[in-house]
Design a binder for this molecule. Structure first.
Ligand SMILES: CC(=O)N[C@H]1[C@@H](OP(=O)(O)OP(=O)(O)OC[C@H]2O[C@@H](n3ccc(=O)[nH]c3=O)[C@H](O)[C@@H]2O)O[C@H](CO)[C@@H](O)[C@@H]1O
Length: 382
């Protein structure tokens, strides 16, 4: 079979698309990615899949912006239809966001079945516009806000890299009251200035005995990296600062605690790997979707959620002190995080795509909303 994936914009769309591409290729299918200029720049993750860059406009921005965007979308749709005549996809899978829009419109025009994947706990605007014509909506959460076509929903999870999925089968890194505490700080594919402002100050407030056990890896926005690096050095805290972490699976594997935004892929990775987190949802995310994303992990006891207005050095320092002082609670939180992970999401999404591409009616496809059986790694606490 030939499958086209339509994704772009940020890592949050590209990483799940890449995980699905790998799974489909392993099954012997032809895969092509259509993306936008931003997606094509995400560090070389699609080097082994043919990539086509299409014009895609963001709808909105006043009457003139709207006209420009519509023109650009129509140009992208025309280009995608031409591509489909050569590549002849059996199914087009969209990962949400404006870059996917023209590719999916073209699929509908060519009568090619489409599957939408929604990474977040709130259905995104483009997926809402296209849901009516899609054959199925693959979701990452049991409850998806703003979704009207409930009968089309199939819960699969958010596909993660194989290296991340494997972390869940390995033991949580050893930790006790004297061991180093490895902290990973990440703001998602764009980074987050607030983490650069608050985290070093919070760590600086910790008791010296705990401060000397810290080992920090922090992703920073380019404009912040110099300041954050200097601050860690002034505070005498060993920290590696980077604008983009290329080897995220290894970094997650080493971490005892992650402080992060609540982007969908970040949460999928932390729960697949079974790592506890302090999550600070991006307050301006559309429909506050990061807060909804963070809720499931927080409810399960795998994460603490701190809303950005409350995310202050004193509060974070207290939380880290509690965690570091109770290794059992930390490893329980890790197990609780793992209990809501879906490391088989790429396989489940590939199963769904194969069925749609073959012309099957996908619903029902198994117990929607029930997580796949988990490998025992750390043992979920009673
Ligand atoms: C600012 C914004 O609009 N964010 C949205 C964007 O997420 P955004 O792309 O910011 O964040 P996600 O957490 O979903 O994904 C980030 C991905 O990039 C990887 N990564 C990140 C940093 C780094 O240094 N190295 C690295 O490899 C992460 O491991 C992860 O795989 O799309 C997501 C999925 O629709 C949404 O949930 C987010 O709300």
């Amino acid at each position: 079979m030939n499958i086209t994936l339509a994704a772009g914009g940020t890592g949050g769309h590209m990483v799940p698309a890449h995980a699905l591409a790998n799974e489909l290729k392993t099954r012997g299918h032809g895969v092509m990615l259509v993306t936008d200029a931003r997606g094509a720049k995400i560090p070389a993750i699609f080097e082994d899949v043919p990539v086509e860059v299409l014009p895609a406009g963001r709808l909105g921005g006043g009457p003139l912006g709207m006209i420009k965007a519509v023109f650009s979308v129509m140009k992208g749709r025309k280009a995608a239809r031409e591509l489909y005549r050569d590549f002849t996809p059996d199914c087009v899978v969209g990962f949400g966001g404006y870059p996917a829009f023209p590719a999916l419109l073209a699929a509908h025009a060519e009568k090619i079945p489409t599957v939408l994947h929604e990474q977040n706990a709130v259905l995104g605007r483009v997926n809402r516009m296209l849901a009516g014509k899609a054959k199925a909506i693959a979701t990452a959460y049991k409850q998806v806000q703003r979704s009207k076509d409930k009968s089309k929903e199939v819960m699969v999870g958010n596909p993660v890299r194989v290296e991340v999925a494997r972390l869940g089968e390995m033991p949580f890194p050893a930790f006790d009251e004297t061991a180093p505490l490895n902290i990973l700080v990440t703001g998602g594919s764009q980074g987050a200035s607030v983490l650069g402002e608050v985290v070093p100050e919070a760590l600086g407030q910790l008791d010296a005995s705990l401060r000397h056990r810290l080992s920090v890896v922090q992703q920073c926005r380019p404009e912040d990296i110099e300041r954050v690096t200097e601050r860690y050095s002034e505070l005498d805290i060993p920290a590696e600062t980077l604008t983009y972490i290329e080897d995220m699976p290894r970094r997650i594997g080493n971490a005892h605690l992650i402080i992060a935004r609540a982007g969908a892929s970040t949460i999928a990775e932390l729960t697949a790997a079974g790592r506890p987190a302090i999550l600070v949802p991006l307050p301006i995310a559309t429909d506050d979707h990061q807060t909804f994303n963070a809720r499931e992990m927080a409810k399960a006891g795998g994460a603490a959620m701190i809303k950005q207005p409350d995310f202050k050095p004193e509060k974070l320092a207290r939380q880290i002190e509690e965690i570091a002082g109770d290794p059992e609670a930390l490893s329980n939180a890790a197990a609780r995080s793992l209990s809501v992970g879906r490391p088989r999401a790429a396989e489940e999404l590939a199963d769904l795509v194969e069925r749609i591409a073959a012309g099957d009616n996908p619903i029902p496809i198994g117990p929607v909303g029930v997580a796949a059986p988990r490998p025992s790694g750390m043992g979920v606490p009673a």
